[in-house]
Design a protein around this ligand. Sequence first.
Ligand code: SF4
Ligand code: MG
Length: 328
Amino acid sequence: VEKILEVEQVKKHFHVGRGQLVQAVDNVSFEVYKGETLGLVGESGCGKSTIGRTIIRLYDATDGDIRFKGKTTKDLKGKNLKQFNREMQMIFQDPYASLNPRMTVGDIIAEGLDIHELAKGKARQEKVVELLKTVGLNEEHADRFPHEFSGGQRQRIGIARALAVDPEFIIADEPISALDVSIQAQVVNLMKKLQREKGLTYLFIAHDLSMVKYISDRVGVMYLGNMVELADSQELYDNPLHPYTEALLSAVPIPDPDTEKRRERIILKGDVPSPIDPPSGCRFRTRCPKAMDICAKEVPTWQEVRPLHWVSCHLYQEESLKKEEGMK
Ligand code: SF4
Ligand code: MG
């Protein structure tokens, strides 16, 4: 399988005054394969949106490297940057906030066509109609304004706008979180259909694990700026290894209690600590039901502990367990 995106040891830190630094993303590494959906989950503030925005170059990484189709995105300029901006598109959580209220839906959708000079006049008009139909809207919608549409329809407009420039990679940052549950499945199904038809690759960011499993081939779990676990979605749901993933999954309703094994609900103590002053060692240790002495002293390494199943937790590291014994 072809790697389309490689994220290597990426950090994104923000200065927040008084010399303080928010370590929003810290040493995150993962790959995305062409044509797949990689889901990213975690509570708000875990860094999942920040990593998405860093990948698409809304932010510059503080450290580390991001490669798209084998080439670093760090020093993209001019024509190459414009090409990158076309190949990678973003869909936002709140389609209303991201759609200009004074522009007609047709002009919103055609924005990318205009910027990249892909179509003019009649061809532009035809392309807009085709895009509207692709996302389940129709021709008459082109002359209307965003406020005339429902949340689900607005997200369809956001998707049409992203598709206008024929992207290869779409970062969807909580695209369904603001929608009614009944509408969520429609938007996700539309995204799946478009992926099949156009061979798109998705990075799908969400906090709701059940929808993420449904759309994703693989899922990465983030906590306080770190990636803590990454695996094939079925594998992650069947065999979660990281205590944080176990806790997140224990809150997911089981669709069919007869066929799936019951999970005991794990309630985590306390709140997520501040990313300004994260805990030493494992960042999850202040809330981890399985924390050991070594967890406060050493940062667990990111390791592939089963085939294609990555986790960073001392429980799965022989060396760490030996050291822990020595500390007793
Ligand atoms: Fe818990 Fe320690 Fe594993 Fe962190 S490294 S998740 S604190 S057991
Ligand atoms: Mg977010």
